[in-house]
Design a protein around this ligand. Structure first.
Ligand code: NCD
Length: 363
């Protein structure tokens, strides 16, 4: 087990914790000065974001040689991670699996709670607590917002605290997707003064898309960005996120007209309609073609603009757009593997070893 230097969750009442706003809950999930449980985007500050992006870049450079790959493979060879995905996933699941493999971390998986003892009436809390007896870390996706947080609290109050990473919680948060999105933006704007000052639009289902909620929250660390939330009125971003942006002094606007906005944008973050959350097919009436990038619309965008999507996509981006250098969504997938590897080594306290290996490599 990793040394849990400062377990601030021990003895804390769950209801008291849950009633705090995210920014005030965040310190409880730290291990001293570093992240331990990774649950929501409000846990990350700018220093952490810069550090984790740098660590991801160092890791991918180390991995360019066989010797480097073998070094990484040894890094966490004595650890085990549980991948508990109680909601559909292919990208995020495989991304975490690949990052565990890069670091030599062995993994177990439950992807269908029908195959676990939950079917025998066990509570999900007990199921996850069982995992903690066999594993050193839990990476979990769950349909219920806040569930990963409750598990983190539960385990931190058990005799075997192990870190929990939220790989998507309901319509609520997707903090590791937000990390890979920031990493992609940072790399895309490297030669253009960074993310600061850029005009970024979020398009599609902003009410129920958890990736947007997490990424928009992280934009508060990039002064001068201007955000546009472009969505059908029924699927607009919620007030809570806008209040967060207000208090950070981030400029934003809400609208419905994507085409009119395209020439001004430095980045466009497309999302699909999340109709799995519909109660009575209410999204069927939406004209999704108004919130899509086609080859014709691509012509309206700046040459330096970037197009992102957390995937899976439907008709929001025509496949013909894929070959355009502005399309970055396949890069996002690759970046996700490296940023998750960086995050895992950070949580399990091995980042220093990677830094030393890297320094030797470049000296
Ligand atoms: C997203 C998700 O699951 O929130 N996908 C992902 O993790 N890359 C987006 C989506 O499902 O639309």
């Amino acid at each position: 087990m990793i040394q849990y230097r400062e377990n601030r969750l021990r003895g804390v009442d769950w209801n008291d914790l849950e009633s705090l706003p995210p920014a005030e809950r965040a310190p409880y999930f730290m291990n001293g000065k570093s992240v331990y449980h990774v649950l929501f985007a409000q846990q990350f500050d700018r220093e952490f974001l810069d550090r984790i992006c740098e660590l991801a870049t160092r890791t991918r450079r180390i991995a360019k040689t066989r010797g480097g790959m073998m070094f990484l493979k040894e890094l966490l060879a004595e650890k085990r991670a549980m991948l508990y995905f109680a909601q559909p996933s292919s990208r995020t699941f495989l991304s975490f699996l690949a990052s565990c493999e890069i670091l030599g971390l062995r993994s177990g998986e439950v992807r269908d709670s029908n195959t676990s003892s939950e079917m025998k009436g066990e509570s999900p809390e007990d199921t996850v607590r069982t995992f903690s007896s066999y594993f050193d870390m839990i990476i979990m996706r769950h349909p219920q917002g806040g569930f990963a947080e409750r598990i983190a609290w539960l385990l931190s109050n058990s005799e075997r605290p192990i870190p929990v990473i939220n790989a998507g919680s309901g319509a609520d948060q997707h903090p590791t997707q937000a990390l890979l999105d920031v990493y992609t933006l940072q790399r895309s704007f490297e030669g253009q003064g960074g993310i600061e000052g850029k005009r970024i639009a979020f398009v599609g289902d902003l009410a129920r898309g958890r990736t947007v909620r997490s990424l928009a929250t992280l934009m508060t660390h990039y002064p001068g960005v201007h955000l546009s939330f472009i969505a059908p009125p029924a699927l607009q971003i919620d007030e809570g996120i806008l209040r967060t942006l207000d208090s950070a002094g981030i400029a934003y606007e809400l609208g419905e007209n994507l085409v009119g906005k395209l020439p001004d944008l430095d980045a466009v973050y497309m999302t699909r309609i999340q109709d799995e959350w519909d109660t009575e097919g209410e999204s069927e009436a939406i004209d999704v073609s108004a919130y899509a990038i086609t080859v014709e619309r691509l012509a309206l965008m700046k040459d330096s603009a970037v197009i992102m999507h957390p995937l899976p996509r439907r008709s929001e981006i025509s496949p013909e757009v894929d070959s355009d250098p502005r399309a970055k969504y396949w890069r996002q997938v690759r970046n996700g593997m490296w940023i998750r590897a960086a995050l895992i080594m950070n949580i399990l306290d091995r980042a220093g070893e990677v830094d030393r290996y890297y320094d030797d490599l470049v000296s």
